[in-house]
Design a protein around this ligand. Structure first.
Ligand code: WTA
Length: 635
C-alpha cells in the first residue's frame, strides 16, 4: 500500500484512519520518504489552538527549492518543468526543463542577493503570468527571502497597502503585461504605488511588452541586464521548518487585507501530497491549473505542489476569451493536457458560448478535471462532465482557502466517489466538523452547520503578518479549540460535505475573495456619498455579484445617477481593482439598521437577491420604514 499515492477506496479508508489515529507517524513517514531534508526534525507536531500556536517538523532544516528543483536534476533533468503558453497563440510556447529552471532560479537568486536581499526580507512580486513570476517566487525561496505576490490585476492603492503592510524592500515587476488584445502598464502602476511606499529600495523590471517605461535612477533595474552578469549556481539557504516561506493577502470581512503567513516544511509536504492524490498525477502527465500565481491556488498548484512532484506544470499568460472562446480547449489539445483545474465561474462563462468552441478540439488527453474557489452549481458541473470530460474524467470539487494552504476536502479521482456540488470527503490528515449556533459540535452525520477543523494539518497558515491577535480572533475565537473556516456546510448521511457558502461578510465574486469593508471604504470616498453597504446577489456567471446600496449627501442629490454609478465604479477600480466593481448600484435615503446602529446586511442580501417577501421580523429595526422604500426601488 502506498499512503503517498492512494489507489483504491479501501486504501483511502485505511490511510485516513491512520492519519487520524496517529497523525504524527502518518506525516512523518510521508515527509521522510518523499522529500529531502538537511536535518531531520525533533518533533513532528506541537499545537495549541487557544494561543494559537502550531509547529510542524520543528527542528528540521531544508530548502524547498532543493525539493522542487535540485533533486530532479538527477532523475529528470530534461523533463519540462514549466510549460509556458503565451497570451498570443502565434507566439511560441516555452518548454523550460528542470535543468534550465534550476539555472534560471539560481541566477535570479544571485541577482536578489547582489541587490541586497537577505534571508527574512520581504520581496513583493507584481508580475503577469510569465515564467519570471514562478522564477522570482522560487528565487526568493532559494535565498530564504519571504515572497509576497500581489495579483497583477490589483490597483496601485491595493498594491501600496500590501507593500507597506509587510515592509517589502524590493518590488519585482515587468514593463507591462498582455491580456487578450490589451496591454497593461504594470510599471506605471508600480511607480504610482511607490509614491506611498518609502521602504522600497529596489525595483527589478522584467521585459515583456517592450514598452517605454520610466526607470528611476538608483532604484529601478532591468532584470535581463542583471541576469546576464549573474552566476548560474546558488547554494540554497538552509531554512528552519517553521521559517516563513511567503505572505499572501486575503480579504477579511472587516478591516484591511490579511497577510497570511505560510511556513516552509509543512506547506511543502502538504501541497505536494495533495497535488499527487487530488490530481492523480503520474510521471508523464501535463498538469494545467488556470489560476493566476497571484492567488493561493497558483502558489500551491502551479508552483510548489507540481514542482515538488517533478511534474510538468502549464503557465498560461492569457485569458479564456482570446483570440476566441475556444482558447482553453485549444491549449488542452496542443499540449495534451491530462489534468485541468479551473474555477466554476470560468466553466459557467464557457458553457454560455457555442458548444462548437469545445467540440472543435481533441480533448481525449484529459483524465481529471478540477474546480476551486466557490461552490459549483449542478448545471455547470454536468456541462463540465459531459462536454469537457465526455463522462470519462472524474471532477474534483476541491474545497480550501488561502489560510489552509492546500486542498482539505475533495474527491480523490478513481478512488472516492464524486457527487455534483459536493466537495465530498476530507483528505487524509483532515478532521472537519460542523458546529451548531451554540458552539457545540454536531455529532449526527447528516447535518448542517459551520465548518470547522478540529486538528491541525501541516499547511495551515501560522499567523497574520504583524497581527497575531487578529489571527486568533478571526479563526480561533468563534469556537473554542477549533479552526473556523467562515464557511457553512452540510454533510450527508455518508459523511460527504457540501459547502454552502460564506457565513460572514466575505463575498466571493468569480472565485475572488472580496471583503466588504475595503469596497465600502472606496465608495465612501466619493464626495457625494454619505454611506454605503454592499452585499452579494446570485449571478449566473460570476456565482455572486456585488450590489451596492448608497446613501447620497445633499450635494449628490441633483446629479445624474448613471454618471455617479460610473464614478463610484471608477473609484473602486482605482482603490482595489476592476474585479471589485459593482454590478448594481441603488441610491437610497437610508439603510436598515439595528438599534445599536449596525447595518442589517441580511435584509439587504434578501432584497438584492429578489427574495424581498421573506424578510422575517423587521420590527426590531431602528428604521423599518426604510425597508419598504428600498424594496420599491430595487434594481
Ligand atoms: C470558497 C481559494 C465551495 C469558500 C482556494 C472558501 C469554495 C473561500 C470552494 C476561500 C469549493 C473555495 N466549493 N466554496 N470547492 N473552494 N471556496 O481564500 O468560501 O481565495 O472559504 O481560496 O472560497 O477562497 P480563497
Amino acid at each position: 500500500m502506498s499512503q503517498y499515492h492512494i489507489k483504491s477506496l479501501e486504501e483511502y479508508f485505511q490511510v485516513y484512519h491512520k492519519s487520524v489515529k496517529d497523525p504524527e507517524t502518518f506525516w512523518a513517514e510521508i515527509a521522510e520518504e518523499h522529500f529531502v531534508w538537511r536535518k531531520p526534525w525533533d518533533k513532528v507536531l506541537e499545537w495549541d489552538f487557544t494561543k494559537p500556536e502550531v509547529t510542524w517538523f520543528q527542528g528540521a532544516q531544508l530548502n524547498i527549492t532543493e525539493n522542487c528543483l535540485d533533486r530532479h536534476l538527477k532523475t529528470r533533468p530534461n523533463k519540462t518543468a514549466i510549460l509556458f503558453e503565451p497570451n498570443d497563440p502565434k507566439e511560441e510556447a516555452q518548454h523550460i526543463s528542470y535543468k534550465q529552471l534550476h539555472e534560471r532560479v539560481c541566477q535570479y537568486a544571485n541577482v536578489l542577493k547582489d541587490m541586497g536581499v537577505q534571508k527574512g526580507d520581504r520581496v513583493c512580486i507584481y508580475l503577469p503570468m510569465i515564467p519570471e513570476l514562478a522564477i522570482s517566487v522560487l528565487a526568493c525561496a532559494r535565498i530564504g527571502a519571504i515572497h509576497s505576490v500581489v495579483f497583477a490585476g490589483f490597483s496601485s492603492t491595493a498594491l501600496a497597502t500590501r507593500i507597506n503592510d509587510c515592509d517589502c524592500k524590493m518590488v519585482i515587476t515587468s514593463d507591462g503585461s498582455f491580456r487578450g488584445n490589451k496591454t497593461i502598464d504594470l510599471k506605471g502602476i508600480v511607480d504610482e504605488a511607490l509614491q506611498q511606499c518609502d521602504g522600497v529600495e529596489t525595483v527589478l523590471v522584467a521585459q515583456r511588452i517592450h514598452s517605454e517605461v520610466n526607470m528611476k535612477k538608483g532604484r529601478d533595474y532591468w532584470l535581463h541586464i542583471l541576469l546576464d552578469l549573474a552566476y548560474k549556481d546558488c547554494v540554497p539557504a538552509i531554512m528552519e521548518a517553521e521559517d516563513p516561506l511567503f505572505i499572501l493577502y486575503t480579504s477579511g470581512s472587516t478591516g484591511s487585507p490579511k497577510g497570511m503567513v505560510h511556513s516552509t516544511a509543512g506547506y511543502m509536504v502538504y501541497t505536494a501530497y495533495t497535488f499527487k492524490n487530488v490530481f492523480n498525477y503520474e510521471e508523464n502527465d501535463v498538469f494545467w491549473c488556470t489560476a493566476d500565481i497571484g492567488w493561493i491556488t497558483g502558489h500551491s498548484y502551479i508552483v510548489y505542489g507540481p514542482l515538488c512532484n517533478g511534474a510538468t506544470t502549464v503557465m498560461f499568460e492569457g485569458v479564456p476569451t482570446y483570440p476566441d472562446w475556444g482558447r482553453f480547449w485549444q491549449i488542452v489539445e496542443k499540449h495534451k493536457v491530462n489534468q485541468f483545474y479551473t474555477a466554476p465561474t470560468a466553466i459557467r462563462a464557457l458553457a454560455k458560448e457555442n458548444l462548437d468552441y469545445v467540440k472543435k478540439y481533441d480533448l481525449s488527453s484529459l483524465k481529471v478535471l478540477g474546480t476551486v474557489g466557490e461552490p459549483i452549481n449542478e448545471e455547470a458541473w454536468h456541462w463540465y462532465d459531459d462536454h469537457v470530460g465526455k463522462g470519462n474524467c472524474p471532477i474534483v470539487d476541491t474545497w480550501w482557502q488561502t489560510e489552509t494552504g492546500g486542498i482539505l476536502i475533495s474527491p480523490i479521482p478513481f478512488v472516492t466517489p464524486t457527487i455534483p456540488t459536493y466537495a465530498t470527503l476530507p483528505l487524509p490528515g483532515i478532521q472537519p466538523c460542523l458546529m451548531d449556533d451554540e458552539g457545540n459540535e454536531i455529532k449526527k452525520t447528516k447535518a448542517q452547520g459551520r465548518l470547522c477543523m478540529k486538528y491541525p494539518w501541516p499547511s495551515m497558515a501560522r499567523t497574520i503578518w504583524g497581527n497575531h491577535e487578529r489571527y486568533r480572533n478571526t479563526y480561533f475565537s468563534a469556537f473554542r479549540n477549533h479552526y473556523f473556516t467562515g464557511d457553512g456546510a452540510l454533510r450527508d448521511s455518508t459523511g460527504n460535505y457540501r459547502i454552502t457558502g460564506r457565513v460572514d461578510d466575505v463575498i466571493i465574486v468569480s472565485g475572488h475573495n472580496l471583503g466588504t469593508a475595503p469596497i465600502e471604504d472606496a465608495i465612501n470616498e466619493h464626495p457625494a456619498v454619505a454611506e454605503s453597504a454592499i452585499v452579494g446577489f446570485p449571478h449566473d456567471v460570476k456565482g455572486t455579484a456585488l450590489y451596492g446600496f448608497v446613501i447620497l449627501k445633499e450635494t449628490g442629490a441633483g446629479r445624474d445617477q448613471n454618471n455617479l454609478r460610473k464614478e463610484i465604479n471608477q473609484l473602486i477600480t482605482d482603490r482595489i481593482g476592476p474585479i471589485a466593481k459593482l454590478d448594481k448600484i441603488q441610491f437610497t435615503p437610508g439603510l436598515p439598521k439595528t438599534r445599536s446602529g449596525k447595518i442589517m446586511r441580511r435584509i439587504l442580501r434578501k432584497i438584492a437577491s429578489g427574495d424581498a417577501e421573506n424578510l422575517g421580523d423587521i420590527s426590531t429595526l431602528l428604521n423599518p420604514e426604510v425597508v419598504k422604500e428600498i424594496k420599491e426601488h430595487t434594481l
